[in-house]
Ligand binder design. Sequence first.
Ligand code: ZN
Length: 97
Amino acid sequence: MTLCGAHRAIWPRIGRLRPCYTSAMATGSLTLSEHPRELVQVVCDRCERKGRYRGARLIAKHGPDIRLPDLLREIAANCPKAGGLGNDMCGARYEGL
Ligand SMILES: [Zn+2]
């Protein structure tokens, strides 16, 4: 298990490990089946897109074991800036996570 920055900073004081979902997101270890929401919202600040997807439908289409970052790439694949670089890159992200 990995610790996020905040947990690592206070680690010596806690003295024990706690699950950190921020960290799980950052390392991409969280899969679709572990996603706590019924409705998945994806937004892109760069191309002003907004999408809502039913968790059950996403699982049916992509499988329960797809990692959330991979799923995000799948969803944003048709974004006009998906293949962009640097500042012109697609900014798709999960909303509310
Ligand atoms: Zn985009």
